[in-house]
Design a protein around this ligand. Structure first.
Ligand code: NAD
Ligand code: DAU
Length: 339
């Protein structure tokens, strides 16, 4: 089995590659990644010498490069993680989100049609459903919840999902889609809430909480997400959409306070800053379909996962120090200075 993992030098894609190489030792895994600011070759260093693994640098929007990939590697399955993934960046510069997230998906699926595959899997997000009210804990996103997006990021991901279902119905392309809630764990880029707060706290820098910090996210340890995708690839899931989430809703402010507690830092570092434009209030996934159909359940409890994650950042300082020493500084200034 040859599996192409696009975006495998990023956060979830790299964790997925590690999971697949560990659990399916006879599979060949090919990572195809453009190495944008979010992609890091050092993340993949521990598998670079594995004979079952190959890395190819390339852009999913580049038809020629994607054609060459298919001609050389003859993939059976494509798992598309490649995307612009940060909501705040999409508010500043929407066009690259349309290009990568929508056009890139179309280019990959065109190649799938041309060369033939057994499955194209699209890694989507719960953000395609928009948000839920804070005062209705009974309301959850199901696969039937209408797409109702807020940010340029979520609009681009929903557009891609619609194209995936269009290719399935129109051309009979074998596809599946997973819509997961917020992930956390190792190799998470420090522009996102949890790693940003860990890194700032370790520097005794202000912890910038948007608005009042009351927005709710539904956190899932990244390995549980990877296991769910593995199950979808191996199940009778052609044409199916699966929500993935661990019933672990938390307010942003509570997460930041927990990080302060674990690192022994004062909550005085918390600084309330201007809210994100169009900020989604609450995400909450109903994962009962994937549990019922495939037997998937989250295995890592949040209290264990967050400890493991903080420990990972403490033990892998060279990984994130390298990232924050470069262009990240300009990004940080632009987004947070005078906010
Ligand atoms: P990330 O930003 O950490 O990584 C994205 C990767 O894609 C990087 O390695 C980058 O170099 C690569 N990439 C970007 N543009 C590319 C292009 N044109 N061609 C090839 N490679 C390109 O993202 P992530 O957080 O790991 O998210 C991965 C996927 O999962 C995304 O599709 C995202 O929408 C989805 N998702 C993320 C979360 C989350 O909590 N992080 C939750 C649900 C779904
Ligand atoms: O729900 C899945 C989505 O989760 C994925 O599709 C996205 O790719 C991923 O980035 C994530 O989106 P969020 O916008 O929820 O994640 P982020 O870490 O950017 O923010 C989480 C919450 O924390 C959100 O309510 C905004 C808030 N926040 C974020 C940052 C970076 C802050 O208060 N301060 C910050 O500095």
């Amino acid at each position: 089995m040859n599996i192409v993992v696009t975006g495998g030098a990023g956060f979830i894609g790299s964790n997925f590659i590690f999971h697949m190489l560990k659990t399916h030792k006879d599979y060949r895994i090919i990572c195809f990644d453009k190495l944008t600011y979010a992609g890091n070759l050092s993340t993949l260093s521990k598998v670079m010498e594995n004979p079952q693994f190959a890395f190819i640098r390339g852009d999913i929007c580049d038809r020629k490069a994607v054609d060459e990939l298919f001609q050389k590697e003859h993939p059976d399955i494509i798992v598309n993680f490649a995307a612009e993934s940060h909501v705040d960046r999409s508010i500043e510069q929407p066009d690259i989100f349309l290009q990568t997230n929508v056009m890139g998906t179309v280019v990959l699926m065109d190649a799938c049609r041309k060369y033939g595959i057994t499955r194209y899997h699209q890694v989507s997000t719960d953000e395609v459903y928009g948000d839920l009210p804070l005062d209705r804990p009974d309301m959850l996103f199901t696969e039937q919840t209408p797409l109702h997006t807020s940010s340029p990021y979520s609009a681009s991901k929903a557009s891609a999902d619609l194209m995936v279902m269009a290719y399935h119905r129109t051309y009979g392309l074998p596809v599946s889609i997973s819509r997961c809630s917020n992930n956390y764990g190792p190799y998470h880029f420090p522009e996102k809430l949890i790693p940003l707060m860990i890194v700032n706290a370790l520097h005794d820098k202000p912890l910038p909480v948007y608005g009042e910090g009351l927005n709710v996210r539904d956190w899932l340890y990244v390995e549980d997400h990877c296991k769910a995708i593995d199950m979808i690839l191996h199940g009778q899931c052609n044409g199916e959409v699966y929500n993935i989430g661990g019933h672990n809703e938390m307010k942003n402010i509570d997460i930041v306070k927990l990080i302060c507690k674990h690192l022994g830092k004062s909550e005085d570092l918390i600084t309330y800053v201007t809210d994100r434009k169009g900020h989604d209030l609450r995400y909450a996934i109903d994962p009962s379909k994937i549990t019922r159909d495939l037997g998937w359940c989250p295995e890592t409890k949040f209290e264990d996962g967050i400890k493991k994650t903080i420990q990972w950042y403490l033990e892998h300082q060279e990984w994130w120090r390298d990232i924050i020493s470069g262009e990240y500084q300009n990004y940080y200034k632009k987004m947070y200075e005078n906010r």
